[in-house]
Design a protein around this ligand. Structure first.
Ligand code: AMP
Ligand code: MG
Length: 480
């Protein structure tokens, strides 16, 4: 085996016992074409030295990793989908495959999507389309570059099956994907055990989460369930703010698509904003715009309330309610932090911080300034003034509607302005991931198996990640 010393297996979830998951078998696939391998994260977790045959054994056939989970496990969960409770769901096309420790000693999951049927597949085939996999790579890579706390797409194999889907020209190509993230403990896991009136199982999960996933909860005094909820609420407020500052619309903020670690994951019908538009909706099936761009913070809050409901089987009601009441305050702080972080400037710490955020958004809407370009052009505020005014968007920045925002930007201290020396900033426009871009990457793959546009884009995204350097690990969630 070619694992390095960074490989530190620690299969904790399976150790919780059979009440939380079911052992399942991975599907056998006719073909194995590696389409994506996350070399950077593979090295980070000690799997960077795997040869081709080992990669295929572990990330296509899902042969257990050494000293790890002996069998894949489909996790049991329920959830509210578009606010309606659904007790039929669970890991229907994925499973938890392995767990490891990262170098900060935090637990990491390797989980799958499209790895075959499970007891929770209902009428589904347990499969993932290749386009779905490509979209998941694009979303996770782009969000990571923009400093969002996201799952990492670890590996994608094309699997050689023909799938039928209502939302893609069919038959369509198939894939199996492995993702790396700190937890797959969805709000819906707690909801399922509440539905079956199992406070004992919920209590154990609370302890598991505090011990291994959100360690800052251990420092919060009082009721354990309320302490967990507080940590999750703070992390979730941060995530919602990060999505807003990334111009990202997740699309399906059901309670089974949110995890206690506050990581962004499960990329289905997501979209990035072309320019600021509060009602911009990603999923074609979201007819009411429930999960529109500007409704995301509220959707996360609603989901936290459902989590609180499940936790009330083991926790103190009043304590849980007062934790919930603090969410809007957390979000308000996080939105200031997230936008200033993306802009590469220091907040002033007064009311003008919020005015800058709303001014930027309004200008993007009114002048139709592309969302991504606005942050690229003005990165590090005054240190970018010349570049911004000389850019293709320069005329827009001369408009009256931009004057007040510009004045605010220029008043702020740039943070690490040396980042601007990266070659990325001499390009005329930033890499972005609006739907037109995504479709233009997919089209050559579908038409002639041409992967060049994808590779080129991923290399641009990787350069942007290095240039912005926004992804500093933020472990001390309660220190701010
Ligand atoms: P999602 O929309 O991907 O968040 O999935 C919602 C639920 O539907 C989860 O229980 C999934 O496991 C299940 N699901 C989605 N697609 C499939 C599929 N092709 N086969 C089986 N289950 C699926
Ligand atoms: Mg999901």
């Amino acid at each position: 085996m070619s694992m390095t010393s960074r490989y530190r297996p620690d299969p904790r979830f399976a150790a919780l016992g059979d009440a939380y998951s079911d052992p399942v078998e991975p599907a056998g696939f006719p073909e194995a074409n590696l389409r994506w391998w996350n070399e950077r994260w593979a090295q980070e977790i000690g799997l960077g030295a795997l040869d081709e045959a080992e990669r295929e054994a572990h990330f296509h056939r899902f042969k257990p990793l050494p000293d790890n989970q002996p069998v894949p496990r489909a996790i049991r969960y329920h959830g509210h989908q578009f606010r309606t409770y659904n007790p039929q769901i669970g890991d229907g096309r994925g499973f938890l495959y392995a767990q490891l420790r990262d170098r900060h000693d935090r637990l990491l999951d390797l989980g799958t999507k499209g790895s075959g049927q499970t007891p929770y597949s209902r009428s589904g085939d347990g499969r993932l389309t290749l386009k779905g996999a490509v979209r998941e790579v694009l979303a996770s890579e782009m969000l990571e570059a923009l400093g969002v706390y996201t799952s990492k797409t670890f590996a994608v194999y094309e699997t050689g099956e023909q799938l039928h889907r209502g939302d893609e020209p069919s038959p369509t190509r198939s894939a199996v994907l492995t993702r790396l993230q700190h937890s797959h403990l969805r709000f819906g896991v707690f909801q399922r055990h509440a539905y079956f009136e199992r406070p004992d199982l919920i209590g154990e999960l609370v302890e598991y989460a505090i011990a291994h996933l959100v360690p800052e909860a251990a420092d919060i005094e009082g009721d354990r369930a309320a302490a967990l909820l507080e940590a999750v609420s703070r992390r979730s407020a941060r995530l919602a703010a990060q999505w807003m500052a990334a111009g990202f619309v997740h699309g399906v903020l059901n309670t089974d698509n949110l995890v206690v670690t506050g990581e962004s994951f499960d990329y289905g019908p997501w979209r990035f904003l072309p320019h600021f538009e509060p009602g911009f909706t990603a999923a074609y099936f979201d007819e009411q715009g429930l999960y529109a761009y500007a409704r995301q913070p509220e959707s996360v809050f609603w989901a936290l309330q459902q989590l609180a409901g499940a936790l009330s089987l083991v926790g103190d009601q009043d304590a849980l309610i007062s934790v919930l009441e603090a969410y809007p305050g957390h979000y308000k702080r996080e939105i200031i932090t997230a936008f200033h972080h993306r802009l590469g400037v220091e907040p002033k710490g007064d009311d003008s911080d919020g005015a800058l955020v709303s001014g930027l958004l309004n200008a993007s809407r009114e002048l139709e300034i592309p969302f991504e370009a606005l942050f690229f052009d003005w990165f590090c505020g005054e240190a970018s003034q010349e570049r911004a005014l000389g850019s293709e968007r320069g005329a827009l920045y001369g408009e009256d509607a931009f004057a007040a925002v510009q004045a605010q930007l220029l008043e702020r201290t740039p943070v690490r302005a040396e980042r601007l020396s990266h070659a990325c900033f001499s390009k005329p426009a930033p890499v972005h991931m609006t739907i037109e871009r995504v479709e233009s990457i997919w089209a050559p793959i579908a038409e002639r198996d041409d992967w060049f546009a994808l590779e080129q884009t991923l290399s641009d995204v990787s350069a942007a990640r290095a240039a912005y350097d926004l992804g500093r690990d933020r472990v001390g969630f309660l220190s701010e």
